[in-house]
Write a protein that binds this ligand. Structure first.
Ligand SMILES: Nc1ncnc2c1ncn2[C@@H]1O[C@H](COP(=O)(O)OP(=O)(O)OP(=O)(O)O)[C@@H](O)[C@H]1O
Ligand SMILES: [Mg+2]
Length: 235
């Protein structure tokens, strides 16, 4: 099995605040891994630390076997990592299609998805391609935010709370999107609060608390882990 992402004793700070304490996590190529935890557990910080978007960091971050803890954000992106932050970052004055045309390819050999492929996957984005960013619904903006990353050619996707605040029918569409991306061989790390959304999609789960991983288990162990999850997350 090829390891796409390996965090070893990852520590991260925001200024003086020590947020991540020895985070250890491994994601194999083609896996969907979910990072669960209560508010403030450090899940977003973990994704941001991988991207080099926190303050100082210590430990090891390997992307496809390559140590990258000392790399600036743009170099991490060039290793084929696509980060979809909670705030989505859609350009509101541009149309949906213009938003899709913005991202650069992350490498010469690994071209991103074509606009046609994107529209096959997200038919409603095709319908709305001329609509301004601000006119898109929350669900459409979320799909656009993910689609934009797929344009770059990134194969390791870090998705922060993509289901948050969206209607059930949109959340179902996002679940189908994750399944499709997995079938296409993408590696996905999903930070989720919505356990019902994440549970059927993930191959493996990690649970964070106070900036540390406190539980990790495979999908097959989910049933027996429910009591633990219940006490850690209240699910
Ligand atoms: N920019 C920042 N400066 C200082 N502290 C921060 C900053 N961002 C987050 N923190 C703190 O880091 C801790 C972890 O926050 P993080 O955003 O990683 O949590 P989370 O697990 O994503 O939860 P949620 O998204 O539900 O808030 C929290 O105590 C938070 O207050
Ligand atoms: Mg968060």
């Amino acid at each position: 099995m090829t390891v796409a992402l390996e965090l070893k004793n990852l520590q991260a700070w925001y200024g003086e605040s020590h947020i991540l304490h020895d985070v250890n996590l491994t994601v194999n190529q083609g896996e969907v891994v979910t990072l669960l935890g209560r508010n403030g557990a450090g899940r977003t910080t973990t994704l941001r630390a991988i991207m080099g978007l926190t303050g100082s960091r210590k430990g090891s971050i390997k992307i496809n076997g390559r140590e990258s803890i000392q790399l600036p954000t743009y170099r991490v992106a060039h290793l084929g990592v696509g980060y979809c932050p909670e705030e989505r970052g859609i350009f509101s004055s541009l149309s949906a299609e213009e938003n899709l045309m913005l991202p650069p390819f992350v490498s010469k050999d690994d071209r991103g998805m074509s606009i046609d492929e994107i529209y096959d996957m997200f038919p409603n984005l095709k319908e709305r391609r001329s609509s301004q960013g601000t006119r898109l619904s929350g669900g459409e903006q979320q799909m656009l935010a993910v689609a934009r990353i797929l344009r770059t050619g990134a194969r390791l996707l870090l998705l922060d709370e993509i289901s948050e605040g969206l209607a059930p029918v949109i959340v179902q569409a996002l679940a189908r999107m994750i399944t499709t991306l997995k079938a296409k061989g993408y590696t996905i790390v999903m930070v989720e609060q919505n356990f019902r959304f994440a549970a059927p999609l993930a191959d493996r789960f990690y649970v964070m608390e106070h900036g540390q991983i406190v539980e990790s288990f495979a999908a097959a162990e989910l049933q027996q882990k429910m009591p633990v999850l219940n006490s850690l997350l209240g699910v």
